[in-house]
Design a binder for this molecule. Structure first.
Ligand code: ATP
Length: 325
């Protein structure tokens, strides 16, 4: 690392969306321990912003924004499962290292994450940070990594990282890392109901294994009816087509969420769905006005960490490039 590089003033900021799963079908664990999935991802308008600049060593800091701005609300102090590591374990740092390894260059960066996506919330916030870091560093260092290579590096970092690059609506197979954009003509809103504490994804999968007769599970596949509703942009059949196989396991670990579902229906949601492995709960709404009403009702019902977001939205994108030519 040259001295000159440590004073490079250029900074790139990239925004990455949270994901939800409109369909999450889980099969019996494979020999490598991963569960095969067939999932329909959708990117929603809740974002982490990642800013990078060249530095003499890898460093990462996290600032909590929006719903997470109040440290009590971030849960970072209260729930050890929600602590975002500030060392080489942070998936953003792992992403940066994977990118420099891929190119065989000796560079490092300071990474600042402005975090609005709930930590350990089942919305793939860490994966969003990893995808954002790949794109930010690629731009900062003008590495011109091909889309194909970015997707391949992303898949080594986590099952949900390739989708964060894509955004929109996409099918995911394998363990979720094999992604394919899906035709999608509609748009709607989700009311996102955050939780006081996080849920560990591995624990939810272990509970899924305990609750299910694994020998009876079908090989997961993408559901044609849901894909048709998405292609037609139709909200009519969509509520009944939402499916999350992890919901039962997550609710058995967090029975309090049943009440959140009840409150969601009471608030007028078209449907309630657990986000990924939870504990975030999603309330489907037809449009912005409907989402505003449902959000107000959820606040009144004692769910302060509730926000309304549009969907689908685009994947990672550069929002600023300071100090460049
Ligand atoms: P998963 O991606 O495992 O499904 P999730 O979407 O529920 O999980 P994340 O917010 O991605 O939740 O975080 C899962 C865990 O990953 C955290 O508890 C934290 O220890 C670790 N982690 C590492 N880097 C990050 C990061 N940049 N942001 C959030 N969590 C991170």
């Amino acid at each position: 690392m040259s001295q000159a590089m440590t004073h490079d003033p250029r900074r790139v900021t990239v925004r990455a969306p949270a994901k939800i799963n409109l369909h999450l079908e889980v099969g019996a664990p494979r020999e490598d321990g991963f569960h095969p999935l067939a999932t329909v991802y959708q990117a929603v308008g809740l974002y982490d912003d990642v800013t990078v600049s060249t530095w003499h060593e890898w460093s990462v800091q996290v600032r909590y924004e929006g719903l997470l701005a109040d440290p009590d609300v971030s849960g970072a102090s209260a729930d050890p499962g929600r602590v975002v590591p500030l060392d080489a374990e942070n998936v953003a740092v792992r992403a940066g290292r994977a990118l420099v390894d891929h190119h065989g260059v000796d560079l490092a960066a300071a990474i600042t994450i402005h975090k609005s996506i709930p930590v350990a919330g089942g919305m793939a916030g860490g994966s969003a940070d990893a995808a954002a870091t790949l794109v930010a560093l690629d731009r900062l260092w003008e590495l011109e990594t091909s889309d194909e290579d970015l997707l391949a590096i992303a898949a080594t970092l986590g099952s949900d990282v390739p989708f964060a690059l894509l955004g929109g609506t996409a099918g995911g197979t394998g363990r979720g890392e094999v992604v394919e954009p899906l035709p999608d003509t509609g748009s709607w809103w989700w009311v996102v109901v955050g939780s006081d504490t996080g849920l560990s994804t591995p624990l939810v999968y272990r509970t899924f294994d305990e609750l299910n007769d694994l020998a009876d599970l079908d090989e997961p596949s993408l559901p044609p009816d849901l894909l048709m509703s998405l292609a037609e942009g139709s909200l009519i059949a969509l509520p009944a087509q939402l499916q999350n196989d992890l919901q039962e396991a997550a609710l058995s670990l967090r029975p309090d969420l049943v009440e959140t579902f009840d409150d969601g229906y009471e608030a007028g949601a078209l449907e309630c769905l657990l986000s990924g492995s939870g504990p975030t709960v999603l309330l489907l709404c037809s449009d912005a006005d409907h989402a505003r009403e449902v959000t107000a009702a959820m606040h009144a019902a004692g769910h302060p960490r509730t926000v309304a977001v549009p969907a689908p939205v685009s994947g990672v994108h550069v929002v600023s490039y300071d100090g460049g030519p």
